[in-house]
Write a protein that binds this ligand. Sequence first.
Ligand code: CA
Length: 227
Amino acid sequence: MRLLLVEDEKRMAQALGEILRQENYEVDSYTDGISGLAAIESAIYDLIVLDVMLPGMNGFEIARKARQMGIRTPILMLTAKSDLDDKVTGLDSGADDYLTKPFMTKELLARLRALARRGMNAPDGTLTFGDLSLDTNTLTLSCRTNGQSVKLGEKEYRILEYLITNQGQILTREQLAVKIWGFDSEAEYNNVEVYMSFTRKKLAFVGAKTEIKAVRGIGYELRYRDV
Ligand code: CA
């Protein structure tokens, strides 16, 4: 479970980060709204925990922008006040749940487990391109013409998800590295190539006629050869 935590109170962020890591969440932590939103745009999370009052951009705005971008990841909002307006605004902005500070660790963990279950049962969790169908909940790739399917590794899934959601565009190695590994460096470019080859093997395994084409010197794109 990959979790994004955006909380500007450093001690709180540190304590929460430790607790969540002990519970086996892979945690990315940011202390301002702008970086938090940038992280949501460039990585795929299973859960998002947003403080409301943040420098740069508040939690409500982040949630609203994430939903506008079509990101359906469950969001838990942390609110400092117990006042009803905050809760209503939070839920209106696209958050799935809220928790009033101070809260018990046990309660936070229970809410997160509930949200994670909800996320996995999200409706219409299917992306399609050509003869491909990608189940966003189970990370299963299927070929729609022959029914063959295979479970993808997380990186393979994210490569295909990124290519499918940007179909018709050539994605550069740099874009893929930043989107999937969070960094833009030579080491990450090698990762892109290695995982691109794993992903192609999965496409071949299900007998898909959709290919990941390398566009020399530019990047990659999905092509469906319907012959
Ligand atoms: Ca705060």
